[in-house]
Design a binder for this molecule. Structure first.
Ligand SMILES: Cc1ncc(COP(=O)(O)O)c(C=O)c1O
Length: 401
């Protein structure tokens, strides 16, 4: 077995690296989750999450993975037979569709090629054609973690408003929250679905729903069978700073610290940092002569970059070479792009030199795995990080000459 020294490079797009400060904040003795000390933490994290979602509305915290928060969004607002509109942006949209199927929703799943965000024109056309307003919800994935393509929720909201459709807008921002701009209230989102293990820099184990007044009213009138996921029950007991069941206390300590870190940096700076790192990553991919999985410049994810392998080269073999030689984990291609693409996570607790290490490992790995590429990706990324773009510069130099 190879012994690796130094820190493992975890460059998958979640779960992400946990800051030492957050690890230390979670390293606490067990606390009485019905005592006054706990209520202080409960109130603090509920208020902090409202600031991160940018909402004045309730945020529900579940001890669950993101999938639980998906299910919660469905069981609170929808009933078997309800019609919903979804878009096949990638594997996570496919999985959410799978849950909707299990709850016997009638899903209109707009087909997609996994290389761009949801097709807004099609969404608008479907809603415009639905004069009886049978579509109860539009459900989209904000940051499609399987591809690195973004669907901008505000654009979906605008399309819905243009045709005056009253469906609920539900957004999976599991890998968006804390790394991409997000405005639950201002963008008119009814149910936001998120999780702890991505931009929030925590271990997996917390799922979130932020809910609009309209979604709450729909939930109140909804006779669906539900218990654990029921929003009303959690919201009622949250008023005392606690939960109807044993909360994930130590993860909440971590959540308080993680949000403090994001706010010290400033959420807008956090978003700008992610964008800058994704621009540098794309510069590297382009210089290597490889293709990004996302083909729409308007949809490139600030949180991760999917990279397509040249024909005849297996992405998982390449990832294995990188792991064995440089102790770095890159994200695998999921489902129909398995073996055809790999993913670079530049999300969460991350900085310029971590990105340079990541890209160096990839460039050396391409060489060792005998993948055809051009060298110079690391240099191109460096120029972006230094504030200069070599390609743009060489063009302007040529123009002067
Ligand atoms: C966009 C998106 N949605 C849903 C999920 C599922 O979340 P979980 O694995 O926490 O259940 C993930 C997980 O990576 C995701 O990235």
């Amino acid at each position: 077995m190879t012994v690796h020294t130094g820190r493992h490079f975890l460059q998958i797009p979640g779960p992400t690296n946990i800051p030492d400060r957050v690890l230390r904040a979670m390293d606490m003795p067990t606390m009485d989750h019905r005592g006054p000390e706990f209520a202080e933490i409960g109130f603090a994290v509920l208020a902090a999450l409202q600031r991160v979602f940018r909402t004045k509305q309730p945020v529900i915290i579940y001890p669950s993975s993101g999938t639980g928060a998906w299910e919660a969004a469905i069981v609170n607002t929808l009933l078997a037979g309800d019609k919903v509109l979804m878009a096949e942006t990638g594997q996570f949209a496919v999985l959410w569709h799978g849950i909707a199927d299990k709850f016997k929703l009638d899903v209109d799943f707009l087909a997609g090629d996994w290389r761009r965000g949801a097709d807004l024109e099609q969404i608008e056309a479907r809603l415009a054609a639905d004069r009886q307003h049978q579509i109860k919800a539009v459900m989209i994935v904000h940051n499609e973690t399987s591809t690195g393509c973004v669907t901008h929720p505000l654009e979906v909201r605008k399309a819905m408003d243009r045709v005056k459709h009253p469906a609920l807008l539900m957004v999976d921002t599991i890998s968006g929250l804390g790394s991409l701009e997000y405005e639950h209230d201002a963008w008119g989102i009814d149910v936001s679905v998120a999780g702890s293990q991505k931009g929030l820099m925590l271990p997996p184990g917390l799922g979130f729903n932020a809910v609009s007044e309209k979604a709450l009213a729909v939930a109140k009138a909804n006779p669906s069978m539900r218990s654990y996921w029921d929003w009303q029950e959690v919201i009622a007991i949250n008023k005392a700073g606690t939960w109807p069941y044993t909360p994930a206390v130590n993860l909440l300590f971590g959540l308080k610290e993680a949000i403090a870190m994001l706010e010290e940096e400033g959420l807008d700076n956090v978003f700008a940092r992610h964008k800058r790192h994704s621009a540098a990553t794309r510069a590297a991919v382009k210089a290597w002569g490889l293709e990004t999985q996302c083909q729409d410049p308007h949809a490139h994810s600030p949180a991760l970059t999917g990279v397509v392998m040249p024909e005849g080269h297996d992405a998982d073999n390449f990832r294995k070479v990188v792991l064995e030689n440089f102790d770095m984990s890159l994200g695998t291609g999921l489902n129909k792009i398995k073996g055809k693409a790999f993913r670079i996570g530049h999300i969460g607790h991350f900085n310029d030199l971590m990105l340079m290490g990541t890209l160096s490992g990839i460039e050396m790995g391409l060489d060792l795995a005998r993948v055809p590429y051009r060298s110079g990706g690391v240099l191109a990324a460096m120029e972006v990080l230094k504030g200069r773009d070599v390609v743009a510069m060489s063009k302007s130099t040529a123009a002067v000459a």
